[in-house]
Design a protein. Structure first.
Length: 372
């Protein structure tokens, strides 16, 4: 007889840690014994591993996914007076990085199926001040990066891919980071490849961009204490690199387990009055989130799930053009209707690799109880 499931968290990192605990502890002990905590050979080794995994020439470890965006924009020369095209339906860091450099985020509407940025809206938003575009690979699947890259090349600005949620995802056989320009990853603990704190990475095939990134991440000093440019403190810790290096060989298996769970949800929720995730043709998602859309009483469903001990979350409840801190940019309700509709309807449910069949059935049953 199967055990009755009474609690299903949105994410269970303890279950993952239990499978690799001894490897992790050894890696931590080695760093502690070395007393080398900032950059160093541990970080360099991990950078080489990520570059090889992504199929790119360079990987530059940094202090967080948010700092990766800031550093990439700095490397591209973005500053006051510039405009940067960003999705309005995404995590705040994408636009926040632009504003912190004194540039202006220009918000782009979302695709109604994938929730990624719409290339046709990018084209319409370009001005003489456009310096870069930052497409986000939302929820674990890549944006239409070929079209975005074509537009950027034709109109003369840089692409900085925000792949914080999509390391290992592919589009027509190419991985995140292989579409030109620079690509930013996050190793926040909830990511498919998550550290024990903040961490991030920039990958690129451009030698000059990589060298500029490496200089800017250490306050712009090259050599040390000699500064021709102003950078920041964007260094990846050796402890995080050591932990992530243990996890990286498991990443593809974990992402496949998420895809397996997504397929099971498609069967379990086939009769539910919800919209299941749409994966674009040619895309292989890593399902950093499994996000359904609920057009009828989404908030009631949230209460129903949580009352049964089932974790769920709204990613994201307020599009960026409607955030209070960007009010001076003049955004208003109706400017980006597809993103606004998504914000009213999206709901992410558990999909982590260690999720059991019983737990998934518990989630699906609860959804069907409320909205069949």
């Amino acid at each position: 007889m199967s055990k009755t499931v009474t609690h299903v968290p949105l994410l269970d990192l303890k279950a993952q840690y239990a499978t690799i605990r001894d490897e992790i502890r050894r890696a931590i002990d080695e760093v502690c014994d070395s007393q080398m905590f900032i950059l160093g050979e541990r970080v360099a080794d991990f950078e080489r591993q990520v570059a090889g995994y992504c199929g790119v020439a360079h990987a530059i470890g940094v202090s967080s996914g948010s700092d990766a965006l800031i550093l990439a924009l700095m490397t591209a020369g973005v500053g006051p007076g510039d405009e940067v095209l960003v999705p309005t339906f995404t995590f705040f860091a994408t636009a926040g990085a632009v504003s912190r450099l004194g540039a202006t985020p220009v918000f782009i509407d979302a695709d109604p199926e994938t929730h990624n940025v719409r290339p046709e809206c990018i084209e319409a938003a370009i001005t003489s001040r456009t310096r870069a575009v930052v497409p986000v690979d939302l929820f674990g699947q890549l944006a239409d990066l070929e079209r975005v890259a074509e537009i950027a090349e034709r109109r003369g600005f840089v692409v900085i891919e925000d792949a914080a949620q999509s390391i290992g995802a592919t589009r027509h056989g190419c991985k995140a980071g292989q579409f030109g320009g620079m690509c930013c990853f996050s190793f926040f603990p909830s990511k498919n490849l998550g550290g024990f704190g903040d961490g991030g990475m920039i990958v690129t095939d451009d030698d000059a961009l990589a060298e500029r990134c490496r200089i800017l991440r250490v306050h712009g000093g090259q050599p040390k204490y000699y500064h021709k440019m102003i950078g920041g403190n964007f260094r990846l810790d050796a402890l995080q690199a050591a932990i992530l290096a243990v996890k990286l060989p498991h990443l593809d298996a974990w992402s496949q387990a998420r895809r397996d769970n997504a397929e099971r949800y498609a069967e379990l929720l086939a009769d539910a009055d919800v919209t299941l995730p749409k994966i674009a043709d040619g895309n292989v998602s890593i399902f950093n989130q499994y996000t359904i859309r609920v057009s009828r009483d989404r908030d009631g469903l949230i209460d129903h799930l949580r009352s049964r001990g089932i974790g769920c979350e709204i990613y994201y409840p307020v599009p960026l053009h409607l955030q209070e801190c960007f009010a001076d940019l003049g955004g208003k309700v109706g400017d980006h209707p597809l993103a606004e509709a998504a914000a009213r309807e999206v709901l992410s449910i558990p999909v982590y690799p260690e999720l059991t069949d019983e737990q998934q059935r518990t989630v699906a049953t609860a959804i069907l109880e409320f909205i069949a």
